[in-house]
Design a protein around this ligand. Structure first.
Ligand code: HEC
Length: 180
């Protein structure tokens, strides 16, 4: 699992590079006085793997009782929570992926993406308070799982989204902390 996860990240990086060469910055095309049209320089899939998936791992870890041990660990958790808040917005912006435009135009996509932001907002007070209330973190983690699965069922049925959960479950079953 760990290996395929790394490969997914590496290929997202490669896609990002390829995308850079292709995409002229939208700002260059903007007419004077108008706000530049926003576009991601990478496919939404890269934002999904690089932002959403990464940050979910921290939220799930804490919900499973893998508690931060010092301020540095809590910084990682708070950063992950901000990433989730932002990630839910970023994946509503069209990038260079083949289906990006079609996805972001779909109301279900918009709703489920926005829900990621809301779930992150719900986690923020816990992260800021360095809360060790495992039940509260777990409740947020459960909402997240539900959200990921719903969207993957709708938009990416061919990929077993449980695979993502297995990755962190495997780490936990081995007793390896996300903070190690
Ligand atoms: C708004 C819809 C949506 C939500 C919400 C969503 N995903 Fe995704 N996700 C997708 C789609 C669509 C793809 C496939 C993108 C592609 O293939 O270009 C994807 C791909 C992925 C991938 C890469 C899979 C691969 O085969 O490379 C990972 C990892 C991932 N999502 C994790 C998550 C996690 C974790 C969550 C919840 C915290 C989540 N996603 C929430 C729509 C969503």
């Amino acid at each position: 699992m760990r290996t395929s996860y790394k490969i997914a990240l590496a290929s997202a990086g490669a896609l990002a590079l390829a995308a850079c060469q292709r995409a002229e910055t939208p700002a260059e095309e903007a007419t004077e006085g108008s706000a530049p049209e926003l576009a991601l320089p990478v496919p939404i899939n890269a934002a999904m793997v690089g932002i959403v998936d990464q940050s979910a791992d921290y939220i799930w870890a804490v919900g499973n009782g893998d508690m931060p041990r010092d301020d540095h660990d809590w910084d990682l958790v708070r950063g992950a929570v901000y990433d989730m808040i932002l990630g839910g917005q970023v994946i509503q912006i069209v990038g260079t992926g083949e289906y990006d435009a079609q996805w972001v135009a779909n109301p279900d996509w918009q709703r489920l993406s926005h829900e990621l932001t809301e779930i992150g907002e719900e986690a923020l007070p816990l992260a800021e308070a360095k809360s060790e209330d495992v039940e509260a973190w777990r409740a947020i983690g459960d909402k997240l799982v539900d959200n990921c699965l719903q969207c993957h069922d709708m938009f990416k049925p061919e990929v077993p989204s449980q695979g993502i959960l297995h990755e962190s479950t495997e780490r936990e079953s081995l007793g390896v902390s996300i903070f190690d």
